[in-house]
Design a protein. Structure first.
Length: 152
């Protein structure tokens, strides 16, 4: 609903002429809000923790990021077919899928497919436009299977 500028009556937002006073109504264009948000980096593989510890660490960091003005989290989890990094990666990605399904996070971008030119877009904008902080480390983050980006 919007209000007629002339008579003040409530009118439907798609109405072009006021049904009360027959004056032409202004068309409200709502620009989609685009706000640059911060990127934060967390390293859950540091110190080679057990998978359980790494996930607990992630929970803590996620809660903290949610309380700040953070829009995207870059999670360093490592990778490998065996060893700590690989196990953390598998467990973390499973957890992220659950969080996504429960709308706790908005999106997941696997490091493997991440690049400036990739189709990693948020609201039709390139991820690096939404989060310019990410440009700083773009080079080392490109196609990096040891990281995952999470949109909050
Ligand atoms: Zn009117």
């Amino acid at each position: 609903m919007k209000t007629c500028d002339f008579c003040g009556n409530p009118v439907k937002k798609e109405a072009l002429i006021c049904p009360y006073c027959a004056q032409p109504l202004s068309i409200i264009k709502i620009k989609s809000a685009f706000k640059i948000k911060k990127a934060a980096i967390i390293n859950i593989e540091a110190g080679l923790p057990l998978v359980k510890e790494a996930l607990l660490n992630f929970d803590r960091e996620l809660k903290f990021a949610q309380s700040q003005d953070v829009g995207i989290l870059k999670i360093i989890h490592g990778y490998g077919s065996s060893g700590t990094g690989g196990k953390i990666k598998i467990a973390l990605r499973q957890k992220l899928k659950l969080l996504l399904a429960n709308n706790i996070i908005k999106g997941i971008i696997a490091g493997e497919v991440y690049s400036k030119a990739s189709n990693s877009t948020i609201n039709n904008r390139k991820i690096t436009e939404c989060y310019p902080d990410l440009l700083e480390t773009l080079h080392s983050d490109k196609y990096n299977p040891g990281i995952t980006f999470v949109e909050l």
